[in-house]
Design a protein around this ligand. Structure first.
Ligand SMILES: Nc1ncnc2c1ncn2[C@@H]1O[C@H](COP(=O)(O)OP(=O)(O)OP(=O)(O)O)[C@@H](O)[C@H]1O
Ligand SMILES: [Mg+2]
Length: 341
């Protein structure tokens, strides 16, 4: 491998990591071109945080190798650390300190002088819309403000490569949109970004390329369009009132679909990819079911979700991924769906 590939900011080859019996990563390959955004999409326990921790030198891989900004994450860990920023699932914010103090202290860790650290803090507080909160203790911040402060903290050292581990999980829809704006502006400035998420729409919105990981393996890679095409585009969904009519319903809607219909046996809910047909697909769906004499409830058309992508790629829903003992929580069905963990 070339020692300094100036085009590739993040490169992982066959990276493995186990925790006891749990194979968290089973040979992950990733490549992120400089100035682009990679979305790493996967459900709870897929291995996203483990991958991020390895790439940011917080964890040693068992096997394989990885380079960030041209440096090996094991042999040149210090150099990697100088090139990166990380905003993670466990925020690096000191709660008793104010927003400004948090940023100034990190500036000092980066060997800025006090005046430099103060100037950098002021700049970031403005950029992240935290000016009003600058002199309040971080523990009083809303979830969205804490995430923005955490993100600002990861940028104090002007990193060339930024890692964001689930930057919007748990945020309300408005904070989520404002976080997206902030991230987009960073990307516009040329930062290389690796972002993990459980939400297809987030990867869709922010990423140039997406890799889908499931149980420690990359199961698909491509643009969001490519992934959605594997689902069959927008998804028409409804519930058959009488379970005996499931077969009739499938027969009626199959001709409208671009993907295979999926039936949830216990609820009678049917979903099928219908391309980019828009509201016409909805009307055709109503007509086809009506003509077949099928009574359906809750007929809707929606964008594909991570679950749909999973279903199309693996034949199982993301939330059906067997969790190792002690991690029985479910999360991440939809961005506005409340986390149940
Ligand atoms: N320090 C650890 N000790 C033991 N097992 C671990 C440890 N860290 C991660 N694991 C296990 O490795 C697997 C991958 O975990 P990881 O945190 O990387 O998943 P994730 O994709 O980030 O999930 P989430 O969306 O919940 O954050 C899981 O089965 C997890 O339980
Ligand atoms: Mg994680």
């Amino acid at each position: 491998m070339a020692g300094t590939d100036s085009e590739t900011a993040i490169l992982a080859e066959g990276v493995t990591k186990s925790f006891g019996d749990v194979k968290a990563l089973r040979g992950i390959d990733l490549a992120v071109r400089r100035g682009t955004v990679l979305g790493v999409l996967g459900p709870n326990g897929a291995g996203k945080t483990t991958a991020v921790r390895i790439l940011t030198t917080l964890l040693r891989p068992d096997g394989g190798r990885a380079r960030v900004d041209g440096h090996d994450v094991v042999r040149e860990a210090a150099a990697v650390r100088r090139s990166i920023g990380l905003a993670g699932q466990s925020a690096a914010i000191q709660e008793e300190l104010t927003g400004r103090e948090n940023l100034e202290i990190i500036g000092r860790l980066y060997h800025l002088t006090w005046p430099q650290a103060r100037a950098r803090a002021t700049e970031l507080l403005e950029q992240f819309d935290l000016v009003d909160a600058a002199d309040r203790a971080a523990k009083g911040f809303s979830g969205g403000m804490q995430r923005r402060l955490d993100l600002a903290a990861s940028l104090v050292g002007n990193p060339a490569v930024l890692f964001l581990d689930e930057p919007t999980t748990g945020l309300d829809p408005r904070s989520r949109l404002s976080m997206w704006d902030v991230i987009r502006s960073l990307v516009a400035q040329g930062t290389t970004l690796l972002l993990t998420t459980q939400y297809l729409d987030e990867a869709d919105e922010l990423a140039d390329e997406i890799v889908v990981i499931d149980r420690g393996l990359v199961i698909a890679a491509g643009s969001s369009e490519e992934l959605k095409n594997r689902v069959g585009g927008d998804v028409l969904e409804f519930t058959v009132a009488d379970q005996h009519q499931v077969a009739a319903a499938l027969g009626a809607i199959a001709p409208l679909g671009e993907g295979e219909p999926h039936v949830e046996a216990d609820t009678g809910r049917i979903s099928i990819g219908v391309g980019s047909g828009g509201s016409e697909a909805l009307v055709s769906g109503v007509r086809a079911l009506d003509a077949a004499g099928v009574a359906a409830r809750g007929l809707t058309l929606r964008r594909p979700s991570l679950d749909d992508v999973f279903l199309a790629l693996t034949g199982h829903a993301a939330e059906e991924t067997p969790e190792p003992a002690g991690r029985g929580r479910k999360r991440g069905r939809a961005p506005d769906g409340k986390a149940s963990s």
